[in-house]
Design a binder for this molecule. Sequence first.
Ligand code: SF4
Length: 239
Amino acid sequence: MVACVPMTTLLINSIYRATEGEGIHIGIPQIFVRFQGCHIGCVNCDSKETWDFDPATTKNLDEVMEEVEVLSQDIIKRVSITGGDPLHPSHIPSLIELIKELKARNYYINIEAAGTRIVKDVFDMVDFISYDVKTPSTEVRTSPELLLRFVNEYGTKAQVKAVVADKKDFETVFDAFHFVKKNNGPVVPWCLTPCYEPEEKFPMQRFQAVVKMNEDFGLPFRVIGQQHKWMFGSEAKQV
Ligand code: SF4
């Protein structure tokens, strides 16, 4: 009798090709695999359509890989796994299967981490981790102790990223930066993303204010906006 192997299924919001729109890899062409489902609840989330763990979005691993390979054309060997929250515990078994399959086909893998958990099995396998520091405007908190543990364990292949809407947000990131420094954490790239809300016109003054705060506080950060929003508007999807 042949044993029946359960098929790996994933909740997927979308799979598409675009250039990285933010952080230190901005402008690099890649394939985005966006998971469906997030319980973190940032109030200024620009992807609220990804929140529901909607079983109607189920795809099996073969279907996901086929879409990735069609988009890749064996030219773009780079995948960014995002969400939603790809690190939600219910996603982990299928996420690990996806990563194994991508690695077997020589893809470079970035994962977008919301800054609320460290998932060793995943972080050990991927090539790069973009780790959020959640700011007060999100109404979600990133634990400084968890952040310190993260940079100590994964700082050689990571960036720390924070969306900044105002001075309170900036100061929160600055405090986290100093907490890491004070505790002899390694130097990693820290990127500030000036907040660019859906339905908002390009917030030039906020960008300038964030750059100015960075200057006033001794230039600890890189300020990198969301290029895809400049190009296509703040509400465009799959760009
Ligand atoms: S973690 Fe990401 S998807 Fe989830 S609420 Fe926050 S910004 Fe939105």
